[in-house]
Design a protein around this ligand. Structure first.
Ligand code: GLY
Ligand code: MN
Ligand code: MN
Length: 441
C-alpha cells in the first residue's frame, strides 16, 4: 500500500532537474460557521504522493544531484496531548515518517526554515503555480536573496508540478482501479436501494437519505459530489441540488450520485419512473438515451480518441430527436446537418464523458496540447472515465407536448482495458430490469 505512494514520489523525482525541489501542501481546514468546520477533505495531489490525510501537512521532494541522493520529506502536525483530547489522534512527524515511508519528517511549523534551506542553490522549484503556496514561495525566495552575500542563489526556474502529476494521475494503477471498482459497487447498491424505496408522494430528500445511508454503511467517507435527486422537470436542471420536491406519480426521477471511497470518486446516474412503470413517451426517450450510451460505450477502447465517445452519443441522439419529432426535419435537415449545426443542443447541452479518479471531474489533459492542431488524447488502458448522455425536454414551441418536463441521463463509470473496457457501475438500466426491480416489494 505505502509502496505505491513511494513509487509515485520516485517517478516524480525521476522527472525533476538534478538538485531541484518540489513542494506540495494539503488542503486547509475551512470554517463553516462558529466553531464548526466543513468536513475535512485532503488535497488530491498531496494525497496521491503521500497517502497522508491529516490537515496542516506538506511534502517536499529533493531530486538527486551529483553530490546527494534524492530525499523525501514530510511536514505534519506535531504531537499535542491537549489538541488530541479535543480533535483526535495525530501521527506526529516521527511516527508518520516511519509509517508513510519518508526519509525525514518535521513539524509543519518548521516548513519555512526548512524550505529556505532546501531551496538555497537549488536550480528549480516545482509547485502548483498560482495556488496557495505562491505567497510562501515568494517568502522563501526572499529569505534566500537576503543571504546573497554568502553566495547562495534562489531557484531560477519555477515549474507547474500539477502538469506532471496530472499526466501521472490520468493512468490509474491496479490499486486505484480496485478502489474505484469498489466505490462504483457501493454507489450501484445505493442506486438500487433508492429505486426500491421510491414511492409517489415521497420527497426527493428521502431518496437522498437512502443513498447516503448505503454509502456510509459501506464505509465510504463522503458523497463524491452533491447528490442530485430530481423528480419531473427538476431533472432538466443539470446541477439541481435542492432535493426538496415531492415525487409525483407518473414522473421520472433522475438520481446522479456517487460515493467517495478512500479518496476515490464514483459518479453514477440512473433515471426511472416514480411509480415503477415507464409511460410510452418516457420509454421512447429513455430507450434513445440508452442507445446513445451503448454507442458511446462502444467507443471506449485503447487507441480511439476521447472525442469519439461524445460524437457517437450525439449521432444517435440527433437521429432520435428527428425520429421522435423533437427536431423538425423540414427545418433541421439530415442527421449530419443536425450534428454539424449543433441543432441538438436545446435538448442535449453537456459533454458525454469526463475523466474520473480522486476528483469526480478528474485531472488530465483531454487534448495533446504539445502537438500541432492539439488533437484529442487517445484512450489508453488504465484511464477511467464516465459515459453519460442525456436528453432534457422543456416546454417549447414545436416540441411535442408528450415529452415536456422530462430529463433523462444514464451515467456509468468505465475503465479502459487492453481489450476494450470494463463498466464498473452495475445498477440496472434497461427498461425491463428497472421495471422488474421496482415491481418487487
Ligand atoms: N455528477 C457530476 C457529473 O456527472 O459530471
Ligand atoms: Mn459525470
Ligand atoms: Mn454524475
Amino acid at each position: 500500500m505505502m509502496a505505491n505512494y513511494a513509487a509515485r514520489r520516485a517517478a516524480l523525482l525521476a522527472q525533476m532537474l538534478p538538485g531541484s525541489v518540489a513542494i506540495l501542501a494539503t488542503a486547509p481546514e475551512v470554517p463553516r460557521n462558529s466553531d464548526c468546520d466543513y468536513p475535512y477533505r485532503h488535497d488530491s495531489y498531496f494525497y496521491y504522493l503521500s497517502g497522508f490525510t491529516e490537515p496542516d501537512s506538506a511534502v517536499a521532494l529533493v531530486a538527486a544531484s551529483a553530490t546527494a541522493p534524492a530525499r523525501t520529506i514530510l511536514f505534519c502536525r506535531a504531537k499535542n496531548t491537549e489538541r488530541e483530547i479535543w480533535d483526535g489522534f495525530r501521527q506526529g512527524p516521527e511516527a508518520a515518517r516511519a509509517s508513510f515511508g519518508f526519509d525525514s519528517a518535521f513539524p509543519i511549523e518548521e516548513l519555512d526554515v526548512e524550505m529556505t534551506r532546501l531551496l538555497a542553490d537549488s536550480p528549480a522549484i516545482y509547485y502548483a503555480l498560482g495556488g496557495s503556496l505562491d505567497a510562501q514561495v515568494k517568502v522563501w525566495r526572499h529569505n534566500i536573496r537576503q543571504k546573497a552575500r554568502s553566495g547562495v542563489t534562489a531557484p531560477a526556474i519555477a515549474h507547474d508540478i500539477n502538469d506532471m502529476l496530472d499526466a501521472m494521475r490520468l493512468l490509474k494503477d491496479t490499486e486505484e482501479q480496485n478502489l474505484m471498482r469498489r466505490a462504483a459497487a457501493i454507489s450501484s447498491a445505493a442506486h438500487v436501494r433508492a429505486m426500491r424505496a421510491t414511492r409517489p408522494g415521497m420527497h426527493e430528500y428521502a431518496l437522498e437519505a437512502e443513498l447516503l445511508y448505503e454509502f456510509r454503511r459501506s464505509g465510504a467517507q463522503f458523497p463524491a459530489y452533491s447528490s442530485i435527486v430530481a423528480g419531473g422537470d427538476n431533472a432538466c436542471i443539470l446541477h439541481y441540488s435542492a432535493n426538496n420536491a415531492v415525487l409525483q406519480d407518473g414522473e421520472l426521477v433522475l438520481i446522479d450520485a456517487g460515493c467517495e471511497l478512500d479518496g476515490y470518486a464514483s459518479d453514477i446516474t440512473r433515471t426511472y419512473p416514480v411509480n415503477g412503470r415507464f409511460s410510452g413517451p418516457q420509454q421512447a426517450l429513455y430507450e434513445l438515451v440508452l442507445a446513445a450510451q451503448q454507442a458511446a460505450l462502444d467507443m471506449v477502447r485503447p487507441g480511439l480518441p476521447h472525442s469519439a465517445i461524445h460524437e457517437a452519443a450525439v449521432q444517435v441522439l440527433a437521429q432520435g430527436m428527428l425520429d421522435l419529432g423533437l427536431l423538425d426535419r423540414q427545418k433541421c435537415g439530415s442527421v449530419q446537418d443536425v450534428v454539424a449545426d449543433k441543432a441538438y443542443m436545446p435538448f442535449y447541452m453537456h459533454g458525454t464523458s469526463h475523466w474520473l479518479g480522486m476528483d469526480v471531474h478528474d485531472v488530465g489533459a483531454y487534448r495533446d496540447t504539445g502537438a500541432p492542431g492539439k488533437p484529442w488524447r487517445a484512450l489508453a488502458p488504465g484511464m477511467v472515465l464516465t459515459v453519460e448522455p442525456g436528453i432534457y425536454v422543456r416546454p417549447g414551441a414545436g416540441v411535442p407536448e408528450q415529452f415536456w418536463h422530462t430529463g433523462i441521463r444514464i451515467e456509468d463509470d468505465v475503465l479502459v482495458t487492453p481489450q476494450g473496457h470494463e463498466v464498473f457501475s452495475t445498477a440496472p438500466k434497461s427498461v425491463a430490469e428497472i421495471e422488474q426491480l421496482m415491481s418487487q416489494d
